[in-house]
Design a protein around this ligand. Structure first.
Ligand code: HEM
Length: 193
C-alpha cells in the first residue's frame, strides 16, 4: 500500500506556517481564474451559437453526456484517491492506482473544457433562475478550484489534509455543476443521445 507523502505526521509550527504561505498564491490565482471567467461570461454578449455532433439530438444533449462522462470519471478520482490514502479497508493499493487517478482526472478535465467554452461563449453567466445562477457560479468556481489543485500538487511541506480537501472541493463543484445542468437536462427532456 502506498501512503501519500506527508499524509500522517504533524508538521512543526514553522513548517506549517510556510505551508500556509504556499497556499496563498495558488488560492489568489484560482480566485482570479474564477472571477475572470465570471466577468467574461457576464460582459460578453452571449452568441447563442449551437454546435451539434452527428448522432446527438441537440447541443444540450452532447454537453450533458460530456458532463456525465466527467462526473463518472470524477467518481473514479475519489475512489482511486481513497485507495491511495489507504482509506478502503482490506484493499491494497495496486501499482497502477496512481496512473488511474492521474488519467481519470486529466480526461475528466478535458471533457469539461469544450462544454464550459460553449456555456461561456454561447450562453454566458446567467441568473434567470436559482438553478442557472448556481450552475454559472459553480462552473466558474470549478475552474478556479481546479487551478488551485494543479498549483499545489507539486508543493512540498503542505499539511496532509490540504490536497484531499482541495480535491474534495473540485469534486463537489463538478457534481454540483452536473446536478444543475446535465441532471436537469435529462430529467426535463429525457435520457437520449
Ligand atoms: C464556466 C462557467 C459556466 C457558465 C457561466 C455556465 C453557464 C451555463 C448556462 C447559462 C446554461 C444554460 C442553463 C439553462 O438555461 O438551463 C448552461 C447549461 C449547461 N452547462 Fe454550463 N456553465 C459553465 C460551466 C459548465 C461546465 C464546467 C459544465 C460541465 C462540466 C457545464 C455543463 C452544462 C450543461 C450540460 C448544460 C445544459 C445544456 C445546455 O443548456 O446547453 N457548464 N451553462
Amino acid at each position: 500500500m502506498t501512503a501519500h507523502p506527508g499524509a500522517s505526521a504533524p508538521l512543526p509550527p514553522a513548517r506549517a506556517a510556510s505551508g500556509a504561505a504556499k497556499l496563498v498564491v495558488p488560492c489568489l490565482i484560482g480566485a482570479l481564474v474564477a472571477l475572470t471567467l465570471g466577468i467574461y461570461g457576464r460582459l460578453h454578449h452571449p452568441t447563442g451559437i449551437a454546435i451539434n455532433i452527428a448522432g446527438f439530438s441537440s447541443p444540450g444533449s452532447v454537453k450533458s453526456w460530456l458532463a456525465t462522462g466527467a462526473a463518472v470519471l470524477a467518481l473514479v478520482q475519489v475512489g482511486s484517491a481513497l485507495v491511495m490514502y489507504g482509506k478502503v479497508p482490506r484493499v491494497t493499493a495496486p501499482s497502477w492506482i496512481g496512473d488511474l487517478h492521474k488519467w481519470s482526472g486529466r480526461i475528466a478535465f478535458l471533457l469539461t473544457v469544450p462544454v464550459a467554452i460553449h456555456c461561456l461563449y454561447a450562453l454566458g453567466f446567467q441568473h434567470y433562475s436559482t438553478r442557472v445562477l448556481l450552475h454559472s457560479l459553480f462552473g466558474c468556481a470549478f475552474f478556479g478550484a481546479f487551478t488551485v489543485k494543479m498549483l499545489i500538487l507539486p508543493k512540498q511541506g503542505l499539511r496532509g489534509w490540504v490536497l484531499p480537501l482541495v480535491g474534495a472541493v473540485v469534486f463537489a463543484l463538478l457534481i454540483a455543476i452536473w446536478l444543475t445542468s446535465a441532471y436537469w437536462f435529462f430529467s426535463t427532456f429525457g435520457i437520449k443521445r
